[in-house]
Design a protein around this ligand. Structure first.
Ligand SMILES: [Zn+2]
Length: 291
């Protein structure tokens, strides 16, 4: 995302990036843009968006334009071999959230579904393996591919409430994006459950594999998907102390939850959440994620 912002300024001139924030504000193609992702998470190499934090104002500025799409990306898993474990974990959970929200949001479609399910399968099969053996190049390649595929998935559909809450929390409390995704994903899926029971149940096949899927009655698959994601979150905590609750991060005050809810309701991703979200709903999810 930083590279995209730099390309805007290098191409358009000036030093005020906020001027270009919004959808469709850029009017001309930018300079040729080649990217080499250094994490396996954002999928930014295949998206037309960037999110940049205004630290002074405590805001996340969104940038959306087809001109932000890189000309080419080099997906090289060697770039992630030396990532600290908590960054491997948090960024992979960002990719997992991109795919899960793409598969359950209002704009889901057969094309995004194909990429989303393939990405979820790769992350589920490889993330803990890579956490246990960080130099596993094959596993790293799988995570890198999953991140790109999850980026394609949500670029062809959308994300939802996990991202709205995550953008707000990142801006207000300066928590890394991937960590926010990991903290909110299970609770947002619980909140959305009755609107997404079928697709979420389908995801169990990709999260847990065919044996668990076929042994789980159809009526319980959606809940089983949520508990599998919660188990993954707990397994990551065990390996690298990735926080499981907002309180555990040590960077969020309970008194900030109201503000997070307000900012999240203004975030663009919330429009595509499969269930309408009131302020009370957002607060209820935040309280569940608190501790
Ligand atoms: Zn994300």
């Amino acid at each position: 995302e930083t590279g995209k912002a730099v390309n805007i300024l290098v191409s358009e001139g000036g030093d005020d990036i906020a001027k270009y924030s919004g959808a469709g504000v850029l009017k001309h193609p930018l300079k040729p843009f080649f990217v080499v992702p250094t994490t396996a998470g954002t999928g930014s190499e295949v998206t037309s968006v960037a999110v940049i934090t205004d630290e002074k104002k405590g805001l996340k500025l969104p940038f959306t334009s087809s001109f932000l799409l890189p000309n080419a990306a080099i997906i090289d898993p060697r770039m992630t071999l030396t990532l600290p474990p908590h960054i491997t974990a948090a960024t992979a959970m960002d990719a997992m959230t991109h795919a899960t929200e793409a598969f359950t949001c209002m704009a889901k479609n057969p094309l995004s579904d194909a990429y989303a399910t393939a990405a979820i399968k790769k992350i589920s099969r490889n993330l803990l393996k890579v956490m246990d053996n960080p130099k596993d190049e094959t596993g790293r390649l799988e995570l890198a591919q999953a991140s790109t595929m999850a980026g394609i998935a949500f670029s062809n559909s959308m994300v939802g409430l996990v991202h709205s809450l995550g953008h707000a929390t990142g801006a207000i409390c300066h928590l890394p994006h991937g960590l926010c995704m990991s903290l909110y994903l299970p609770y947002v899926l619980e909140f959305n459950l009755e609107s997404i029971r079928e697709p979420l149940g389908e995801l169990l096949l990709y999260i847990e594999g065919p044996e668990v899927y076929s042994a789980t009655p159809a009526a319980r698959r959606a809940e089983a998907s949520i508990s599998a994601l919660r188990q993954l979150r707990d397994a990551l905590h065990k390996r690298c102390e990735l926080p499981r609750t907002l309180k555990e991060t040590g960077k969020v005050l309970e008194s900030q939850l109201e503000l997070i809810a307000d900012v999240a309701l203004d975030d663009g991703s919330i429009m595509f959440n499969p269930r309408e979200v009131s302020r009370e709903d957002a607060m209820a999810v935040l309280k569940r994620a608190w501790a």
